[in-house]
Design a protein around this ligand. Structure first.
Ligand code: GLP
Length: 245
């Protein structure tokens, strides 16, 4: 695992954007896996700026998002669909039909999850997957548990995640308790993974992620087995790492 520690959030975002941009230039029809949350926002802003300066062309890429809240329709302001269009897709030239997100409102969720896996495989698999991390070590919505699921599935959110994510909702009861997420197998099949984290609140989960041990109590720790995995951190998120850097 490669660990890059930057001084602050903006530098972390620029470094991440630089890696994504290099991938898009190297392979204009690459398949990107994308995350939501406050962490990758700066990276999206950098990529949009590169597109506006005509340094990048997204017309050939395909995207697959990690997760979506169960029951939220795409036009719901707190849905991840809405987030991605507002913060990224509406500002670049990726054609709509090349954008994929799990469907939170599918009538047959099981079938929709299988189709999502199939669509990723048909696209040739994910070339570069960008991840954030939850304070409890979750990736996508794969929460700490005794057993972790391999493929895309409907997941129950922990109380802690519901509480942490309630900052984006008008009130706690409005936060969905379930979400459709790529599984650990879907994530680990990506050819290259970037995990971004900033701030002190993420430091314990990051420590666990590079601990040298794997535990389903910290789903991100499984990333240690991946052959091409890069962590991009700010100083605060890296503050509990000593010998690893
Ligand atoms: C959510 C998402 C994750 C994301 C995490 C961290 O639970 N499902 O994909 O990584 O939150 O979010 P933030 O970047 O806002 O800290």
């Amino acid at each position: 695992m490669r660990i890059i520690v930057e001084n602050n959030y903006d530098e972390m975002s620029r470094t991440a954007a630089g890696i994504v941009a290099d991938e898009v230039r190297r392979k204009p029809d690459c398949v990107l896996g994308l995350a939501t949350g406050s962490t990758p926002l700066g990276m999206y802003r950098e990529l949009i700026a590169m597109y506006q300066r005509e340094e990048l062309d997204f017309s050939g890429i395909k995207t697959f998002n990690l997760d979506e809240y169960f029951t939220l329709p795409p036009d719901h302001p707190q849905s991840y669909h809405y987030f991605m269009f507002e913060n990224f897709f509406n500002h670049i030239n990726v054609p709509k039909e090349q954008i994929h997100l799990p469907q939170g409102t599918a009538t047959d969720i099981q079938k929709a999850c299988q189709e999502y896996e199939k669509a990723i495989a048909q696209a040739g698999g994910i070339d570069l997957l960008v991840l954030g991390i939850g304070e409890n070590g979750h990736i996508g919505f794969n929460e700490p548990a005794e057993r972790l699921q391999v493929g895309t599935h409907l997941a129950d959110l922990t109380e802690e995640t519901v509480r942490v994510n309630s900052r984006f909702f008008p009130s706690l009861p409005k936060v969905p308790r379930q979400a459709v997420t790529m599984g650990l197998g879907t994530i680990l099949k990506a050819r290259r993974i970037l995990l971004l984290a900033n701030g002190l609140r993420k430091a314990p989960a990051i420590k666990e992620t590079v601990s040298g041990f794997i535990t389903t109590k910290c789903p991100a720790s499984l990333l240690q087995v991946h052959p091409d995995m890069t962590l991009i951190l700010d100083r605060e998120a890296a503050s509990l790492l000593k010998n690893q850097i």
